[in-house]
Design a protein around this ligand. Sequence first.
Ligand code: 13P
Length: 251
Amino acid sequence: MTKLIAGNWKMNGSLAANEVLLSALASGLPQAMSCEVAVCIPAPYFAQFQALALATPALALVALGSQDVSNQSAGAFTGEVSAAMLKDFGCRYAIVGHSERRQCHGETDALVAAKAQQALAVGITPIVCVGETLAEREAGQTTEVVKRQLAAVIHANGHCISEIVLAYEPVWAIGTGKTASPEEAQAVHAVLRAQLAAATEHAGRVKIIYGGSMNAANAATLLAQPDIDGGLIGGAALKAADFLSIVSAAS
Ligand code: 13P
């Protein structure tokens, strides 16, 4: 399966810095790419991305993604951004259920599932994040936690579940420099693949990507695992050279 390398810029960037980073990506990407590349950027910069992509043909190879989406379609929901609005700006992906949103904004499994549903309804691929905390891993609850998080999304989305991208992001590996070992990550990916297989005959085509301190040095071994179909990259996505190395490890 074609791998997906998606950058999650989180709340980083500025007009000036984005232009430098995106231009460096455009000039460094191989012309014939054998993996998919996306950048999930802060919503205020979607228009800047669109304008740069029009002016820079190589950027057309990079898909645009958001870092969140509302669980509502329109109306009196101050501060929210709807899936239709993301679609207007050409978003191909929307991250939902990132652990930072689950932890800092109290997002529940049901809310995350509703967000995935909103994205799917307009043809945006939700990148659904699941992952256990360090305490949960140490208590032997990893499988139970990720299966519970995915079950809510399967329950709300039925057969459309084959249209999602799933991201396994162990919370203890995010921004800490601690990566799950390739074997640890593969074991969880295999559990998730089996859960998808019980829900859809198309489980084999669902990309299950890994996130959590993936970098230029560890990407190749993680991406070599049979059920690791790409990466969701935080810190290393903010440095063009590092992100491009990960892209070439996936190509
Ligand atoms: P880091 O790559 O900085 O650990 O972040 C991972 C992440 O949260 C991607 O969504």
